[in-house]
Design a protein around this ligand. Structure first.
Ligand code: ARG
Length: 614
């Protein structure tokens, strides 16, 4: 409905200007043009849209809102292009204008979706609101996943990976150039300890690829950390090792590279299973840009030396003693930290090429625990003048992953859950569910089919369970819930898609990927309320996608798809489809086909692969 909404918006603006020419001229003179405040109707019985702008204008003009509303409605009535789209506008309540689209507007709009691979979702460049800003083609950066080298990737990284990928897919679909950056933790003091320790206990790990696996590396890292905390001599050697590494000593570099490659291979296995694409650009990339950050902060007068450390005092962020908190950018030992790296990364990402990425929107997907870190980094970057006009900085926080007991997710033996094991278990359980179902239905299927369905459903369940909850809240991990065939789950939606596509196919409107679009009716005709409800739900897809693009909440898209499958069920239960007479039959089958296409597209944007059969 985005295109229709834009048309209505323009008509409403024109009506406002005709009804109140003096006020409109004055308002656009002071840069606040009169806003019709068009929004989707708050209740279906109010129609499709409502315009609330009469109330604000009434306050300015000190006149009754209904009088204002009726002046606008009179102007709308005189506009023939409005009459094409809408039934006569209605005034409701204190002065809202309710707008109901004409049935033929809805049917025609839906017709254009048939066989359209984008299902009517405009790309941002064609979207009048966004396209007006020339930066629309400047890249958007999604910084996500970002595990740490020599450490195990944990469930927090899994959340970041799944949410970040879904957001990147939505942005890409909307036509943005998206840089998917894996800001891996591949720099800093942990390498000093690790290399020092390995030189003593497992030197082959530093000279030979594959001498140890990530599990060993994690164990070595733990030992190194314990020694670092207990042993001063070890501490000193580790620090020297970091300096060597950062100054480019070839032996240390080689060792570091081997460690990174080892971790990278393990991470890649997870990304492959989840079908995630990422460009690695780790913390080490920004090493040459750390010093300039500090120089730049000093030049802009923000840098303060406090107890030997160089820092910027934050505005509006105070500690327990009521004094402003500092963001430390250079420690008293001269070392840089996580915040310095993020400042350097941010500065690089906004900087115009070839000095940087020339991005206009930076999106960081991490756990909510890093919210104050990002707030501080963003504030300092703004004050330093590194954020270009119109540049957007967004932290996309998410809650903790908890076990079913509400505590931190742990294995039965109390260890942290390894991602590989978690994905394996999801697939194993989904396979067991499938075999049980096949036995019940007395269906024979070959092993390849069983493996494909089990893997697809298992991975889809893990992803969808994460995406469908509001990401800000903590999230309870439950295999039983995510694999259930009923409710707002991946298996339910995958199954709904198979079923709906099957109905369309039986009716001759094959909904398989790549199947031809022949046989679509020229005109869609609907008579039943269930048909209209489904048509409206289908048409809301573009609005929902635009919302996710703005608000970065994938659960909106999940709720929409779940709701769509329910509206479809009501339609299919109550209205004959395959047995209906023409022309109703063709139009109803078109609704089925569009429902299948919409479910497939939506799941694809969430990074969830779909099945033809299950
Ligand atoms: N490596 C960090 C962690 O594991 C996440 C990095 C997120 N991205 C960033 N630009 N700070 O917590």
């Amino acid at each position: 409905m985005l295109r229709i909404a834009h048309a209505l918006e323009a008509q409403l603006r024109a009506a406002l200007e005709r009804a109140f020419p003096a006020e409109a001229a004055a308002a656009s003179g002071d840069g606040t043009p009169l806003d019709p405040q068009l929004a989707p109707a708050s209740q279906p019985e109010f129609g499709d849209f409502q315009a609330n702008g009469a109330l604000a204008l009434a306050r300015r003009l000190k006149q009754p809102p209904r009088v204002i509303a009726s002046a606008i409605v009179d102007q709308l009535a005189a506009d023939s292009s409005f009459a094409e789209l809408c039934e006569p506008a209605q005034i409701a309540g204190p002065g809202f204008i309710n707008l109901t689209l004409r049935p033929r507007t809805l049917a025609a709009e839906l017709s254009t979706r048939l066989g359209d691979p984008r299902l009517g979702v405009p790309s941002a460049a064609e979207d009048p609101v966004q396209a007006s800003s020339a930066e629309v083609l400047a890249p958007v950066i999604v910084d996500f996943s970002s595990p740490n080298i020599a450490k195990e990737m944990h469930v927090g990284h899994l959340r970041s990976t799944i949410i970040g990928d879904a957001l990147a897919r939505v942005l890409e679909f909307r036509g943005h150039a998206v840089l998917r950056l894996n800001h891996v933790g591949d720099w800093g003091t942990q390498f000093g300890m690790l290399i020092t320790h390995l030189k003593q206990v497992a030197p082959e790990a530093l000279t030979t690829a594959d001498a140890v696996d990530l599990g060993d590396l994690v164990a070595f890292y733990r030992q190194a950390k314990a020694r670092f905390d207990a042993d001063e001599a070890f501490q000193a050697t580790s620090r020297e090792e970091v300096v060597k590494l950062q100054s480019g000593d070839p032996v240390s570099r080689r060792a570091w590279q081997l460690l990174c490659e080892q971790s990278r291979r393990e991470f890649q296995q997870i990304y492959d299973r989840l079908d995630i694409r990422l460009s690695e650009r780790g913390e080490s990339f920004y090493n040459p840009y750390l010093e300039p950050v500090v120089v730049d902060l000093a030049a802009s007068g923000l840098l303060v030396t406090d107890a030997g450390a160089q820092c910027v005092f934050l505005e509006g962020v105070t500690g327990k003693d009521g004094r402003p908190l500092p963001l430390i950018v250079r420690k008293s030992d001269g070392g840089f930290n996580y915040a310095t790296t993020d400042l350097a990364a941010l500065r690089y990402r906004f900087a115009v090429p070839p000095e940087g990425d020339g991005a206009r929107r930076l999106i960081y997907v991490t756990d909510a625990g890093q919210a104050s870190h990002f707030a501080a980094v963003f504030q300092v970057a703004r004050r330093a003048g590194w954020v270009p006009e119109g540049g957007r900085l967004e932290h996309v926080p998410f809650g903790l992953v908890q076990g079913e007991d509400g505590k931190k997710l742990k294995t039965r033996s109390g260890d942290t859950v390894r991602l590989k094991d978690l994905l394996d278990e999801a697939v194993e359980r989904s396979e067991a569910d499938l075999r049980r179902r096949l036995a019940e239905e007395e269906r024979e299927e070959d092993e390849a089919f069983i493996q494909l369905v089990a893997t697809t459903v298992g991975i889809a369940a893990v992803k969808y369970a994460d995406l469908s909850t509001n990401r800000i809240t903590n999230y309870q991990f439950s295999f039983d819930r995510m694999l259930a065939l009923a409710g707002n789950t991946a298996p339910y939606l995958l199954y709904a898609l198979v079923r709906v596509a099957g109905i369309a196919r039986r009716g001759g409107l094959g909904a398989g990927e790549g199947e031809s679009a022949a046989g679509f009716p020229d005109h869609l005709v609907f008579s039943e309320p269930q048909e209209w409800a489904l048509a409206r739900q289908l048409l809301a897809l573009d609005t929902v996608i635009a919302e996710v693009e703005e608000e970065l909440l994938p659960n909106r898209l999940c709720s929409y798809l779940f709701e769509l499958s329910q509206v479809f069920n009501r339609f299919y239960d109550q209205v004959p489809v395959l047995k209906a007479e023409e022309p109703a039959r063709g139009s109803r089958l078109a609704l089925c086909r569009l429902t299948a296409d919409t479910l497939r597209l939506g799941l694809g944007l969430l990074g969830i692969p779909t099945l033809e059969r299950m």
